[in-house]
Design a protein around this ligand. Sequence first.
Ligand code: ADP
Length: 177
Amino acid sequence: LEPKEEFEHSSLAVDVMRPRRGDPALAVLTQDSMTIGEVETLVESTHYSGFPVVVSQESQRLVGFVLRRDLLISIDNARKRQDGIVSASLVVFTEHCPAQPPEAPPPLRLRGIVDLSPFTVTDHTPMDITVDIFRKLGLRQCLVTHNGRLLGIITKKDILKHMAQIANRDPDSILFN
Ligand code: ADP
């Protein structure tokens, strides 16, 4: 990200984040209510490098961020080495496991692979500030929130694409659109 490229003040995080209108919803993991099978289905049906962890689908309160690679390695290891871990096992990203029926298989505890302080900006943060933070902190992605609810994600590549779009914009189209 070259420091010389500047942003128009009108660009906000909400203009650059994904999903865009019409895109599939943000792919998120819940902190203690998905099974290994559900997590695997979600991960395998997408190519994203990471997934935000939220309290619940309803609340969309952000808990952290998990890398796809860490998730797949941890599940694979647990299936091979941990007794009783099956597709129906609950994946738990919290410190304490939720109460489960006695016949339930043991849960898979994955708090250790969660980044509990992922970088976030609000939807109305100007992109020049967001880009500055990406550069200074060497971020690969950042999450976008509104009133504490998770709204979207911005990756370094999303920023580069946005910069390319601004650079290619025909000055006439800015006047007339
Ligand atoms: P990159 O942008 O480097 O290709 P990803 O493969 O993680 O990184 O993301 C591809 C696209 O999908 C980006 O536009 C990004 O904003 C978006 N994206 C990343 N993670 C998610 C997710 N969990 N849910 C929905 N969209 C995502």
